[in-house]
Design a protein around this ligand. Structure first.
Ligand code: A2P
Length: 330
């Protein structure tokens, strides 16, 4: 069956990457519809040698038998338009944070919890970029050694803050004042991603805590996070500290990660080999290195985990979910 596919937020950082990722695949797409705000309506975009014109997103945009819509146009747009699309029989895969914690909405990383996809009632959520790459690394270890506590420390690229975030670093290098971030991101690390909450954490940090629990189906899991924006254009790096219930042999743990879906191990310190942002960009895999025992606890490990936050952290993960749905329609 050929499907009608829509992209909402087609002019944005993630929206463009949806098109790039889709162009690398052979999906049975019949009609492709591109939506953004009025600002970009009329712009033309080339996809697989064909020209498409971006349309303004309106309440009647989904009156056209659209099977699947990939949304990445901010939380407000998703809150308003995802239910409209779903009510017309379209399956929405939403990249914003708007629906992630809704109990009716599956939150999915295809390597981790693909079985949750088909519990949807019209909307499926794509997790936060930092959560996705962490889940790909943690799930196989959780299955084998049962994670008891997680400490996340992130080093996140400016592309995660969209075009404006990217521009703050690019222009900041040339001496301009920041527009997106509250301080210059050039030459600084800002421990501030998304808004501050009453508990002193940022919303980004709490997304990592809550989304990890939802994806692993364990609401008791102990998790804490510090999320930091760093002057890197693309690909998020994370230091992940895990404490397990069961004992492990370091070689077995490394082998378990090596055998896991979507993972590439880069861990030969004798050759200065470990994952780095510039080498992860452009790929869909999650790169893991610096795998070493946490000697301060009975059973624990430290990992360095890097992935392209716009591809695996957003566009590619969303497209992978769409592929599972498209396969099931064949
Ligand atoms: P536009 O470019 O027309 O403003 P990014 O996160 O990279 O800045 O991208 C945000 C995306 O979301 C863009 O494609 C943007 O379109 C789109 N967008 C923002 N607000 C709306 C809206 N109210 N309706 C539809 N698309 C929107």
């Amino acid at each position: 069956k050929k499907i009608n596919l829509a992209i909402v937020g087609a002019s944005g950082m993630v929206g463009r990457t949806f098109l790039e990722v889709l162009s690398e695949k052979e999906l049975p797409i019949d009609n492709l519809y591109l939506f953004a705000s009025k600002r970009s309506a009329g712009q033309s975009v080339t996809f697989k040698d064909k020209e498409y014109v971006i349309e303004e997103l309106t309440e009647s945009s989904f009156d056209r038998n659209i099977d699947i819509a990939l949304f990445s146009a901010g939380g407000g747009t998703s809150l308003k338009f995802a239910p409209i699309a779903a009510s017309k029989g379209c399956i929405v895969i939403d990249n914003s944070s708007a629906w992630r914690m809704d109990p009716e909405v599956p939150l999915v990383v295809p390597e981790v919890n693909p079985e949750d996809i088909f519990k949807h009632k019209g909307i499926i959520a794509n997790p936060n970029c930092s959560t996705i790459q962490a889940m790909v690394a943690i799930k196989p270890l959780h299955d084998k050694y049962k994670v008891k506590r997680i400490v996340y420390s992130t080093y996140q690229a400016v592309s995660g803050a969209g075009m404006e975030g990217w521009s703050d670093l690019e222009e900041g290098i040339k001496g301009s004042e920041p527009k997106k971030f509250p301080h210059p991101i050039y030459n600084n690390c800002l421990p501030h991603i998304d808004v501050f909450l009453d508990n002193g954490y940022t919303k980004e940090e709490m997304k990592m805590v809550n989304e990890t629990r939802k994806i692993l189906h364990d609401n008791e899991l102990k998790i804490t996070a510090t999320a930091v924006r760093v002057p890197v254009f693309n690909s998020h790096s994370e230091a992940i500290n895990l404490e397990f219930e069961k004992d492990f042999e370091l070689d077995d743990l490394k082998q378990t990660l090596k055998d896991s879906k979507g993972v590439v191990i880069q861990d030969d310190v004798s050759k200065n080999e470990y994952p780095i942002a510039t080498k992860a960009s452009g790929y869909d895999e999650v790169f893991i290195g610096r795998i070493r025992r946490d000697e301060s606890v009975d059973s624990g490990v430290n990992l360095w985990v890097v992935a392209d936050n716009i591809r695996k952290g957003a566009a590619s993960n969303t497209v992978q979910i769409a592929e599972v749905i498209i396969d099931s329609m064949q």
